[in-house]
Write a protein that binds this ligand. Structure first.
Ligand code: NAX
Length: 327
């Protein structure tokens, strides 16, 4: 059996946390041969700590063979101590009447503190996934607050958008989700994201050619994927949780264990390619091997795509400008 690795999860008593922790502990994220120590962070509020205690009791009651230890805390310095993986799920939700700008600033405070704590105590190779919204900018803030850690180790979750796009595309083309390759979701995890199926294939056949419907792409596919989060809230009365946890598992599993050449979407700090300014955390296609992701480079960008990629970029640049004075 391998030595245990430390997995920090913030917002551990929230709805995504509840759908996530049990799957991590059962080996679905890092493999059925990889023991894990869960280091769970929650707010110091009595209610949050009590809920976390309940989650930990349930984890205990599963008697997971791979669960080698648990820590529950309200102190980021404890939660991130020697962490090999950190899933930053907890964030300040948008309250009634709250402006987007206020939400951004409230979260900037949280992710500055957490970035600093990661910088101080986490493993020097810690792989960080930010789920809490606004995910791309929160990841950017954490990255900037952790100058001693490799910037490339800070990522944001676009995988739920990628998976949503896969299912929509599979249904339209009448193919199996598992057969689809080379799909991308560019940009911000927000309704401005650009799901791009121009390179997608199933069984070697181009899905763009197969579907051959520009109107469906512009007026159905792109908006349905972009507004799927809102549609779930409308239907369920609560935001996506199980599918978000599933996407977080997919993201981390692929990063740690590899994709065998398959493209997946990750929000990663830009290296300047595709006209995205360096450092902006932007969804791009990557492949993963040996614990590292590599961008898929040199894809042709047509005018339709450029316009959408620039729009989601403009939103990210605006968010970055809104927090610049704090970093
Ligand atoms: P919940 O409100 O159910 O849970 C969040 C938990 O985080 C709460 O228990 C809260 O006490 C805790 N928390 C808040 N601030 C914290 C802090 N500073 N340190 C530690 N814990 C803290 O929300 P949930 O549905 O679990 O969603 C969590 C986040 O994921 C939200 O920001 C949400 O917007 C975001 N999402 C991101 C998605 C993505 O694709 N990137 C999709 C799903 C989801 O909407």
């Amino acid at each position: 059996m391998k030595a245990p690795v430390r997995v920090a999860v913030t917002g551990a008593a929230g709805q995504i946390g509840y759908a996530l922790l049990f799957r991590i502990a059962s080996g679905e994220m890092l493999g059925k041969d990889q023991p894990v120590i869960l280091q769970m962070l929650e707010l110091p509020l009595e209610k949050a700590q009590a809920a976390l205690k309940g989650v930990m009791m349930e984890l205990e009651d599963c008697a997971f063979p791979l669960l080698a230890g648990m820590v529950g805390t309200s102190d980021p310095m404890v939660a991130f101590k020697d962490a090999d993986y950190a899933l930053l799920v907890g964030a300040m939700p948008r309250g009634p009447g709250m402006e987007r700008k206020d939400l951004l600033l409230k979260n900037a405070e949280i992710f500055t503190v957490q970035g600093k704590a990661l910088n101080a105590v986490a493993s020097r190779n810690v792989k960080v996934l930010v789920v809490g919204n606004p995910a791309n900018t929160n990841a950017y803030i954490a990255m900037k607050s952790a100058p001693d850690l490799p910037a490339k180790n800070f990522t944001a979750m676009l995988r739920l958008d990628h998976n949503r796009a896969l299912s929509q595309l599979a249904a339209k083309a009448g193919v199996a989700v598992a057969d689809i390759e080379n799909l991308v979701v560019w940009g911000n995890h927000s309704p401005t994201m650009y799901p791009d199926y121009r390179f997608a294939t199933a069984g070697g056949v181009s899905l763009k050619d197969k579907i051959n419907d520009a109107d469906w792409n512009a007026n159905t596919f792109i908006p349905v994927v972009g507004k799927r989060g809102a549609a779930i809230i409308e239907a369920r009365g609560l935001s996506s949780a199980a599918s978000a946890a599933n996407a977080a598992i997919d993201h981390m599993r692929d990063w740690a264990l590899g994709t065998n050449g398959k493209w997946v979407t990750m929000g990663v700090p830009s290296d300047g390619s595709y006209g995205i300014p360096e450092g902006i955390i932007y969804g791009v296609p990557v492949t993963c091997a040996n614990g590292e992701y590599t961008r898929v480079k040199d894809l042709p960008i047509d005018d339709f795509s450029r316009e959408r990629m620039d729009k989601t970029l403009a939103e990210l640049e605006e968010e970055r400008a809104g927090v610049a004075h704090l970093l």
